[in-house]
Design a protein around this ligand. Structure first.
Ligand code: ADP
Ligand code: MG
Length: 677
């Protein structure tokens, strides 16, 4: 494909310009041609009186004075002329682009994009959108300081004239027909030089589909590869023993729990690598599902590991698992960074010789010196970040366990498909019976004293409460209420009847553990904490949670926090204390009071804040799409996914003529793992 040639084949592209283009991700002609505008400027005649000072606008008018270029200093110049719109005259200035003079002719119509200076009644021009023959609809590109819009457009024009004919289709014909998509060459032209808004819409539809579809093809190829049966472990568990185990549980599994357990067991049994995400709202009962899977592995003669992000959680999981495993012949152990040397040695030995069936711990679990006799299953809880590196570490030890990721962060479906496209997803979408939903209310800071008085009733009947403060930030400038201050205040407020304790992220682990223990044992009744308690902590006797400056948290995070209460049989309350400054903040507080459904909230979060901001996703390396939009084009994503899936069902599709161009269009990814970490 000639379009794979470097941009430097174009006239006017020397090493320096080429470097500038690299900064935009443009290396080849193909890259340049598919560097699409991110929006289109609708050129209207705006009334000068309506424009705000410093607003960026496109103004259309007639040129009424000849351009004058004044030069000052080396290489500096200003080009000025007057334009008239209706009967109002305004000045236009362009800096350091004297060559534009040739485009300015008195009496001609012109559209100029620039910044409006209301006082001077003058527009500082940034771009000329052409003269008389101007399209009403001009593309706007992302550019850097080192290249102008107009230069980029000129380059694209040149490239298109020279190489346009060589642009080839990469989607199979049947998809073009089925979805009435514009052919690639035509779409490319229309993206850059649309004749009208309709044409650019059609072009965009094609480009969005292409972007999602190629992405899905890549992802699913990766998935297929990951699941391949080589080195996979078939965990042939003992069905009878599993049944006995579930029958002895103190409760009956919900239908959702049964369903996901089956999905997991099916994966375990098959020789394919399990790569499964288990999503379930806080309190939906993921732990018991994990326990069943771990026990299954044990009955098949394999060891299992449960990895969690913090030591507190590790400890807690050990306790809940030990309770569940109480009646079984199964040996568990806990390994964290603070396990004492002697105990550590014993545990390492037990793992190596297979005496330990289930090991629970933090990342310390997969460190170099940890060796397993027969690791068959790894479960990670509450983290998105167990990825490439960890898998690599395991692989290098010759281990290929099945992997189950558990998360209580309800991820909107579109994001799950995208970010976790290479995983299978199981969802527990049902709460155990008998739960009383947490009642959430939103109060203003000035109502706090009053509400604290109310909370005394809860304390009087023996319940406990959490007070959550936003993390203490380094910067004083952020008006974050200091947890310590709140702690001091509450200590005074509740003295001498109730004990207040303070927990924050800067404390040592041993200190944190001691304070958590104190709260669990009801030696303190009020726990003031920064978000360190966010995940997993289980104190059923706590029935009230205050969240200070609640508008500083994302919806999903608030929801996570709220999940810490409502774990027992008593009614419980979550009180959001906030005075949000904008509508979005108010909206977020309101929706929290309206629903307890994590998936609804995460969809709302996505809608309000966009995919980059949804809790936990900023760091998780969600792929960036150039044109496609995860929120607005979600339905296209689903379609693209189904179509990609169908192609991957075909054995060796790459060798079929109909898919030749597609196979070529998929860039080779060695592992594709960049999507993961
Ligand atoms: P998650 O980890 O999903 O937030 P947990 O596994 O900690 O939730 O479960 C929350 C609580 O619900 C635990 O006390 C657990 O014993 C209980 N539980 C789990 N499944 C059921 C069920 N099917 N019926 C009743 N209670 C359940
Ligand atoms: Mg849990």
């Amino acid at each position: 494909m000639a379009t794979q040639e470097a941009v430097s084949v174009l006239p006017g592209v020397g090493p320096k310009r080429a470097q500038t283009l690299v900064e935009l991700g443009i290396v080849t002609i193909e890259d340049l041609l598919s560097y699409y505008p991110f929006r289109y400027e609708d050129i209207q005649e705006k009334n000068l009186l309506e424009i705000n000072d410093q607003e960026k606008v496109t103004l259309k008018g007639v040129i009424v004075s000849a351009p004058v270029v004044s030069r000052f200093g080396y290489k500096k110049s200003r080009l000025q002329f007057r334009m008239m719109q209706d009967h109002a005259v305004f000045m236009v200035s362009f800096f350091n682009q004297p060559y534009l003079k040739d485009k300015i002719e008195v009496g001609e119509e012109l559209a100029v994009y620039g910044k409006w200076d209301a006082k001077r009644k003058s527009l500082t021009g940034m771009k000329i959108l052409g003269g008389k023959q101007t399209e009403e609809y001009a593309p706007i590109y992302h550019v850097t300081k080192s290249i102008r819009q107009s230069t980029l457009v000129d380059l694209i024009k040149t490239a298109f004239d020279k190489f346009g004919e060589q642009v080839t289709e990469n989607l199979p014909d049947y998809l073009l027909e089925k979805y009435r998509l514009m052919p690639r060459k035509q779409a490319m032209r229309a993206m850059h030089f649309p004749k009208n808004p309709q044409e650019s819409q059609q072009a965009k539809r094609r480009v969005v589909f292409e972007e999602f579809f190629l992405f899905q093809m890549q992802m699913q190829g990766l998935k297929k590869n990951e699941r391949s049966e080589k080195n996979g472990i078939a965990v042939r568990y003992d069905v009878e023993r599993l049944k006995q185990f579930t029958q002895k549980l103190p409760f009956e599994l919900t239908d959702a729990q049964k369903r996901v357990t089956n999905e997991i067991c099916y994966d375990l049994r098959s020789k394919k690598h399990m790569q499964r995400l288990l999503q379930g709202d806080v309190g939906s009962g993921k732990t018991v599902v994990a326990a069943i899977a771990l026990y299954a592995a044990m009955t098949a003669g394999f060891q299992g590991a449960l990895m969690v992000p913090t030591e507190i959680l590790a400890q807690q999981h050990l306790e809940s698992l030990n309770q569940l495993f109480d009646s079984l012949e199964l040996t568990t152990a806990l390994l964290t960074g603070s396990t004492k040397t002697k105990e550590r040695r014993a545990i390492l030995a037990g793992l190596k010789n297979g005496e330990i069936d289930v090991i629970i711990g933090t990342h310390a679990l997969i460190q170099d010196e940890v060796q397993f006799a027969n690791l068959g299953l790894v479960i990670t809880d509450e983290q998105h970040r167990f990825g490439v590196n960890q898998r690599k570490v395991l692989r290098e030890k010759g281990l290929h366990p099945d992997v189950l990721f558990m998360t209580a962060t309800p991820i909107p479906r579109t994001l799950a498909i995208t970010a976790y496209g290479e995983m299978d997803v199981s969802i527990i979408d049902q709460m155990p019976a008998g739960r009383i939903p947490v009642k959430t209310s939103w109060i203003k800071p000035k109502q706090l004293e009053h509400t604290l008085d109310w909370a005394k009733q809860e304390l009087q009947v023996g319940h406990q409460l959490y007070v959550i403060c936003p993390l203490i930030e380094e910067s004083e400038a952020l008006d974050v209420k200091n947890a310590t201050e709140i702690y001091e205040h509450l200590k005074e407020y509740y003295a001498p009847t109730y004990q207040v304790s303070l927990l924050h992220g800067k404390m040592k682990n041993t200190e944190k553990d001691a304070i958590m223990e104190e709260f669990k044992e009801n030696q303190s009744q009020i726990l003031v904490s920064t978000t360190v308690i966010e995940v997993g902590v289980n104190v059923p006797n706590a029935t009230v949670m205050f969240i200070m400056d609640a508008d500083r948290f994302g919806l999903a995070q608030l929801h996570q926090l709220r999940g810490r209460v409502g774990r027992g049989s008593a009614a419980s309350y979550c009180i959001l204390v906030a005075s949000p400054k904008n509508e979005m903040g108010k909206e977020r507080m309101k929706i929290m009071t309206e629903t307890n459904n994590g998936f609804v909230l995460s969809e709302k979060d996505l809608e309000l804040r966009g995919p980059g901001e949804v809790f936990g996703f900023r760091q998780s390396g969600l792929p960036q799409f150039l044109i496609a939009d995860l929120v607005n084009d979600a339905n296209v994503l689903e379609v693209a996914r189904d179509e990609a899936n169908q192609i991957w069902q075909v054995d060796n599709w790459q060798s079929q003529p109909a898919f030749a161009a597609l196979a070529k269009a998929l860039k080779p990814t060695e592992t594709g793992e960049t999507y993961f970490d």
